[in-house]
Design a protein around this ligand. Structure first.
Ligand code: FES
Length: 264
């Protein structure tokens, strides 16, 4: 485990000794759902929207993932009431739904800040500066991994590969990409978010609140889908080289006849 990822900095911004109690918690070290939560915002209107999601799929249980995103958009995390609503509407057990909700790291068991800031610390991003970005953000925000600033604005989390390795090191805010970021740029972004300024990623749409973004992931568009570039120059490099050289992909029909000859 990288030294830069742990532990939480103290009040002076120093990082403590590597004792077990200081080691960075991971998603899977978290307790299961917080069953102390009894209040819920899931009402008849939300249940109706959950049913709308389920109706999009031939097998209603296939709708569970977007339904959980809708629960998060309403509750700010996955709650026992959200689990029960999904289970009830899909005819599943709460254990089935809970098993899904606690397996995938995009489903949160405690409240997320207005903005979820994730820094990729998988190998390529880590060596190209991701560890440094994450460490600087920890000190700058005064929080450890998977913790939220006192003002409730930013939850910081280290992420595994975001499939954007050609843009390493990558930071995401509510799943929008900030490519080839630097410690300074990352701090500027979180400062702007906390100040309420409009923030635009290097790829993707204008940043909105985490709960609004969760509603989009549930399948309720908010009109931002076509904002901003969707790919970067390094991702398109092969395409450019092919165009310059007049190369094109083989015709699938030719490929099939070659295979037929080999097997005949
Ligand atoms: S290693 Fe960071 S995006 Fe792949």
């Amino acid at each position: 485990m990288s030294e830069l990822l742990e532990p939480r900095p103290d009040a002076d911004g120093r990082h403590g000794e590597h004792t077990p109690e200081h080691q960075m918690k991971t998603y899977f070290d978290e307790p299961s759902l917080d069953y102390e939560v009894t209040e819920t915002l899931i009402d008849d209107g939300v249940r109706e929207e959950l049913l709308q999601i389920a109706a999009r799929y031939p097998q209603p249980r296939s709708a569970l993932l977007p339904m959980l995103h809708l629960v998060q958009s309403v509750e700010g995390r996955v709650t026992p009431a959200g689990i029960e609503a999904c289970a009830d509407l899909l005819g599943l057990s709460t254990a089935d739904v809970s098993g899904v909700a606690t397996f995938y790291t995009m489903y949160k068991r405690k409240p997320v800040g207005k903005y979820h800031v994730g820094v990729c610390t998988t190998a390529l991003c880590a060596v190209l500066g991701g560890d440094e970005v994450f460490s600087r953000l920890q000190s700058h925000l005064g929080v450890g991994n998977d913790e939220t600033t006192d003002d409730g604005m930013v939850t910081l989390e280290h992420l595994e590969c975001n499939a954007a390795c050609d843009m390493a090191p990558v930071m995401m805010v509510n799943w929008e990409f900030f490519d080839r970021t630097t410690p300074q740029r990352a701090c500027e972004v979180v400062d702007a978010l906390r100040a309420g300024d409009e923030v635009t990623p290097t790829r993707g749409a204008r940043v909105v609140s985490w709960q609004q973004a969760e509603r989009v992931l549930a399948g309720f568009p908010d009109g931002r889908a076509d904002e901003g570039p969707t790919s970067g120059p390094t991702s398109r490099l092969g395409l450019r080289i092919a165009a310059e050289n007049g190369w094109s992909a083989p015709d699938p029909a030719d490929f099939r006849s070659d295979q037929d000859e080999e097997t005949s």
